[in-house]
Design a protein around this ligand. Sequence first.
Ligand code: ADP
Length: 367
Amino acid sequence: MAQVSLQGVSKVYKNGVRAVDNVTLAIENREFMVLVGPSGCGKSTTLRMVAGLEEITEGKIWIAERLINDVPAKDRDIAMVFQNYALYPHMTVYENMSFGLKLKGYPNSEIEKRVGEAAEILGIKKLFARRPRQLSGGERQRVALGRAIVRKPQVFLFDEPLSNLDAKLRVQMRSEIHKLRLRLQATFLYVTHDQTEALTLGDRICVMKDGCVQQCADPMTIYEKPENKFVASFLGTPPISLMDGRIIRKERKFYFDEGKFQVKIVEDMYKHLDKYEGQIVTMGIRAEDIYDKLFVSEASPENTVRAVCEVVEPLGSEVYLYLNSGKNQFIAKVAPYDLPEVNRDMDLVFNMSKVHFFDRETEKTII
Ligand code: ADP
């Protein structure tokens, strides 16, 4: 059972930077956990503390129920894959993959078997005799993966392994990592700044900011029920549109008054917004929850917003519309046949059952 647990873990570097601040996180046996967040939020430092490459300033880390704070990296039963591959340039692919096992004193027959198996899985047998400089970026990353696999560790640690690859290869390697994960019975901790990688690979995603965990949940929960404004805006392409406005009540109905438009809030949300009546809150709406009124039947004056379409961005399978209400900008994602004229007013319908409201002070989700 290779559960990885962090309890109250912090890292303060010698220069006083608190890179990781009181992180508590439990990664289940055979779970694929993704640490995601903007550059500098402390993801790599967290991973490096688990790996034993960085001292832990405060807190405790367990791997498979063993407290490993003082266990050297080589004895932690982990394998790490780095962004820069970290292959030995003077060794062939076979030597790179077998080196760790040789150091540990495995017999040649076992080394051959393990390297052969890993190379088979990754489709790199034909590269055995080459040196890293004779490989493409994708091939190098496969060799780095292979070197990790042959060790059969309980825990795999990945530090931005796909960042150096071009966009197309990244997508391909992403699905390979996915397949790999299904074959290897191990626990994964994967660091990335790429929200798509996080959403597609993770059983759970841990979103970090300024060294702190913001939310840790499965991808759909993170996407649909973000706990605060930061999480809502970090995940999603294009990003969620955020706008400030006042909660007002007319008779028994609540509305969000943006200044240029008013939209009616759905009744289920009333109980949460009651105490915000008359106050300014932030409303978030995702691009897929805004429709061109011409193509929907559920339009009513209470969910329709007039805005100028400033930019039309066709992406093949969908179109992004950059809209301006006169006060706020927002983005709609519409069907590829919907190409409205630029710099003209148009009517948009907000799916008000999908909007999010955030407290303006705390930025926490109200609903
Ligand atoms: P991420 O992986 O999310 O980009 P890091 O964990 O690399 O973030 O860094 C977190 C913070 O710690 C950043 O402010 C970074 O500048 C700082 N930091 C990272 N490594 C060191 C170091 N060796 N010495 C001092 N500060 C560091």
